[in-house]
Each structure stands twice: as structure tokens, then as C-alpha cells.
Design a protein around this ligand. Structure first.
Ligand code: SAM
Ligand code: SF4
Length: 477
């Protein structure tokens, strides 16, 4: 097995996850009185993040009526902070070689059945061309952890994506790097760097990640986002893989991580992800920690209430009906038209209509929502959401602390809604099926009419005309 170079740990790394402390906070917070739960809901509606001990109170509430109040509050909060837009993206798997042996993953080194490969420049261009044909503008590139996929390789892959055409934002999901590695990615102009801690519970972490592997080093991973901050990347995504341990503990881990990053770097994570374990080649699950649908919905609502300004991503791992449900009370980003097979986008034929099932010998896990991008866009419109392909914030430098400054006074809606509408118009002109174009144009007319500020409304109206009548593209504020 090829070896990774030695680690350069950060001198400031801190283990802020106290397992026993989290367990006892959760136990103390069980079935708190209704007044307290309502006070916390009210605090969240004031757009104040909850402390982990306060999140524990929401997690410990088993009263169905109060849970309904949490769902209603999460809906309201989502509407006030994010409006009715949903950002769309697609994952692009670049390489599935991996030196780690995570027991839950189809790419683990001991999976001899997996077909291993990586996409070099030409192959990346081919995938990106297929993704652009669908209408995507925002991708997340994904890598296994392998000496062949060092930071330079990742940076080159990101550059290949940008060079291939009109993808406007490239995020990365990969194993954490050292500071020098992150700097290479920053130079390649990545958007968000995403690292999921998988499980915050130390003992479980040790049992699913083989000792002696890079991934087996809990602290190296936990400190990964902080090293990225130190390297100047202030747009970070965190996440946990639900189904390895108690879901309430993992929610506590995520909010503790968000609180830690805010304390240490002055900015919380840009996004939180909460994938549930899916079937993968040769993987046997312990059903003990399986997260049921009702619990999954609760965890999404509680996360929404706990971190009002953090974007929340629900991927195509979840089936369509679950994704459609959580859209209303927490989620700000979804992927669509997803194909996890390496090289799968260019092999799938007419990407606007075909629904894909990944082949498990080439994909990391099974997906639950196989709708094409066009089908997802049509579905969002039908449910009253504006599909957004906006990439403006990071291109205008609204990231990290600056992003928070914009988000807190509610400016996001003034910037995001116009950008959502104009990027959606581009999609309708260039890529939509006739039915989606018709319903989308109706939505745009309604959304334009709803813009309260006369100047903003006039500006958006002018831009829509430029896009429709003069073929102008990429107009953003
Ligand atoms: N190799 C990098 C790493 O481990 O950070 C990239 C991660 S992997 C390609 C992306 C994420 O997929 C992992 O962090 C994990 O949370 C998730 N994942 C792995 N196996 C999964 C499974 N069977 N079901 C659902 N998600 C899974
Ligand atoms: Fe490798 Fe990441 Fe899969 Fe673990 S989760 S086996 S590190 S690709």
C-alpha cells in the first residue's frame, strides 16, 4: 500500500469534544419543561445561535406538540434568513483510490471489488462538459485519500474544472490537509472546503477507522477546518455521518464544532452536512444506530434552530420524499442529477432526462434521489422555491466574517434573491425542458413582482431582459 507523507500537526490543535460531558449534558436536558423549550425556540427565532447545552434541551424534548413547534419555528427561520431559494450543485468524483479503510465506505482500501481510477485533465473536461449541458454552475469535487491525490493534484483538478467552461464555483470534499496544502487550494480559487468528521464519538471513531491509517487520527481530522482557516480558507463545511453512533450525540458534536470555530476564528462553518449511512459495496451495518425518518427530520429542524446562519446541505443520499420534506424547514442547498460513478456523467447519455442508478463497483455508496437536474428544478418551482445557481458571494469576496456581516442584518435576501432569479433565468433560457421553462417563467414573473425595493426590482427587471433578449450571462450583485 502506498504511504502518505508524515503529518505536520498544528501546535494549536485542541480536542474540544468531551464525550462524557456531552452524554451528561444530554441526560440532564431530557424532557426539560415546556417554558424552557419555548424560550430557546424564541431565542433561535431572534437569529441567535444556541449554545450546545441549549441544543441538548431541544434534542431531549420528546413532547410531540413541542416538536411540532420546533418544526414550525425552523420553517419560519429558514424563510427569514434564506428566503425561498434553494441552491443547486452536483458532486464530481475525481478519484477513488484510498489508503484508508473506513468500514462504511465503498472506497475503503480493503474493498478489492472496487474499480479504481481517477480523472485526469481530459476526463475532467469531459465530465464538466456533460454537467454544464445539464445546466450546472456549481460543483463539489470529491477525492479519496491517496499519495497520488496530494494538494497539488487537487488544485490542478480544480483548475481543470474552471478551465473546462462555465463552472463558476468549485468546492472540495476531501481529507484534511496541512496548512501548505490548503494554501495551494486557496490559490486555485476553491469555494468551500468540506470535511465530515464522520462520528464525534471517540470510541466509535476508533472502531470504524483503522488505527495507523491517516483517517484513524481523530485529532488530525478534528483540527482540519482550523488549519484551513489558518491557511486563509474561511469558507468551511463540516458534517457528520449519521448511523455510526447516537444521532443526538452527533448533533451535539456538530454544534460544538460550529461553536468552537466561531470562538477560535470569529466565523462558524459556512455549511453543515448530515448524511445518513447508505448501502455500499461489501459494507455491513450495525442497525443499532440507524436514524429513522422521523428522527432525521427532527435533527434537521434542531440543527436549523441551533445554527441560524449556517447553510445546510441535504444530498441525493436521501430519497426524494425526505428531501422534499426537509426543504421547508432547514435546507439551503441540494445536489441534483447526481451520478457518483467515476466518469459517470459523460456516460449517462442525455443528462437532462435520464435518471441514474450508480454502479456500486465504481461508486462510493447508493443514492436515494435519482431525479435529473431538470426534474428537480421543476419540482422546486412546483413547491414554490426559486432554484438558484448563484455563485456570487464567494466571487465578490463575501465569505467568512464578511459573509456573516452581510447575513446578520438580512442583506442576504436583497443580494441572494436577485442573483437566484437571474441565474434561474439563464437556466430557463439555456437548459430547461419546455414544461420547466413555462412554469419557471411564471415563477420569475411572480418573484419579480414581490421584490419590495423599487430600485432592486428595476435592476432585476433590466437584467432579466438582458439575459432573455440579448443573450447576456453571469450578471450578479
Ligand atoms: N476521502 C475523503 C474523506 O474521507 O474525507 C472524502 C470523503 S468521502 C469521498 C465523502 C463522504 O462520504 C465521507 O466523508 C463520508 O461522510 C461519506 N460516506 C462514506 N461512505 C458513506 C456511505 N456508505 N453512506 C453515506 N455516506 C458515506
Ligand atoms: Fe477513503 Fe474517504 Fe472512503 Fe474513508 S470515507 S475510505 S477516507 S474515501
Amino acid at each position: 500500500m502506498p504511504k502518505l507523507p508524515a503529518l505536520v500537526p498544528s501546535a494549536t490543535a485542541e480536542d474540544f469534544i468531551d464525550d462524557a460531558g456531552i452524554e451528561s449534558t444530554l441526560a440532564r436536558a431530557r424532557n426539560a419543561d415546556a417554558t424552557w423549550v419555548r424560550e430557546l425556540i424564541a431565542k433561535s427565532l431572534e437569529k441567535q445561535p444556541l449554545a450546545p447545552a441549549e441544543t441538548a434541551v431541544l434534542l431531549g424534548c420528546e413532547d410531540k406538540g413541542l416538536q411540532e413547534e420546533m418544526f414550525a419555528a425552523a420553517r419560519k427561520l429558514k424563510e427569514t434568513v434564506y428566503g425561498n431559494r434553494i441552491v443547486l450543485f452536483a458532486p464530481l468524483y475525481i478519484g477513488n483510490r484510498c489508503v484508508n479503510d473506513c468500514s462504511y465506505c465503498g472506497f475503503r482500501s480493503s474493498n478489492d471489488e472496487a474499480i479504481r481510477r481517477e480523472l485526469e485533465h481530459e476526463a475532467v473536461v469531459k465530465q464538466v462538459t456533460a454537467l454544464e449541458k445539464m445546466g450546472h454552475k456549481r460543483l463539489i469535487v470529491v477525492f479519496g485519500e491517496h499519495p497520488d491525490y496530494d494538494a497539488q493534484f487537487m488544485a490542478d483538478s480544480v483548475r481543470s474544472v474552471y478551465a473546462a467552461g462555465d463552472i463558476r464555483r468549485v468546492n472540495v470534499n476531501a481529507a484534511p490537509l496541512d496548512i501548505a496544502g490548503y494554501k495551494l487550494l486557496k490559490d486555485a480559487k476553491i469555494g468551500t472546503f468540506q470535511i465530515f468528521h464522520e462520528t464525534y464519538h471517540h470510541q466509535t471513531y476508533a472502531s470504524v477507522h483503522k488505527p495507523g491509517t491517516r483517517k484513524g487520527d481523530y485529532m488530525w481530522r478534528l483540527d482540519g477546518p482550523s488549519r484551513a482557516f489558518e491557511a486563509g480558507i474561511d469558507d468551511l463545511g463540516i458534517g457528520a455521518l449519521f448511523g455510526l453512533y447516537d444521532w443526538k450525540f452527533e448533533v451535539m458534536g456538530l454544534v460544538s464544532h460550529a461553536a468552537y470555530l466561531t470562538r477560535r476564528h470569529g466565523v462558524g462553518p459556512h455549511t453543515i452536512s448530515f448524511p445518513r449511512l447508505k448501502a455500499a459495496q461489501g459494507v455491513n451495518f450495525d442497525s443499532k444506530w440507524f436514524v429513522s425518518d422521523p428522527d432525521f427530520l427532527r435533527l434537521v429542524a434542531i440543527l436549523r434552530l441551533s445554527v441560524p446562519y449556517t447553510g445546510m446541505i441535504c444530498t441525493a443520499r436521501e430519497p426524494a420524499h425526505i428531501r422534499d420534506t426537509v426543504l421547508s424547514f432547514g435546507i439551503s442547498q441540494v445536489d441534483a442529477g447526481t451520478n457518483l460513478d467515476l466518469g459517470g456523467y459523460s456516460e449517462q447519455g442525455d443528462a437532462t432526462v435520464v435518471e441514474q442508478k450508480p454502479k456500486l463497483d465504481k461508486a462510493q455508496f447508493e443514492i436515494g434521489d435519482t431525479r435529473s437536474l431538470d426534474a428537480m428544478v421543476g419540482n422546486l418551482v412546483e413547491k414554490g422555491y426559486i432554484p438558484s445557481f448563484c455563485t456570487s458571494c464567494y466571487r465578490t469576496g463575501r465569505t467568512g466574517e464578511v459573509f456573516m456581516e452581510y447575513a446578520i442584518p438580512g442583506f442576504i435576501q436583497k443580494l441572494c434573491t436577485p442573483n437566484a432569479i437571474t441565474t434561474f433565468q439563464e437556466y430557463l433560457c439555456d437548459r430547461a425542458s419546455p414544461a420547466v421553462r413555462a412554469s419557471g417563467e411564471r415563477m420569475i414573473a411572480e418573484e419579480l413582482a414581490k421584490i419590495p425595493d423599487a430600485n432592486v426590482k428595476a435592476m432585476v427587471g433590466e437584467r432579466l431582459a438582458l439575459i432573455r433578449d440579448q443573450g447576456k450571462r453571469d450578471l450578479y450583485v
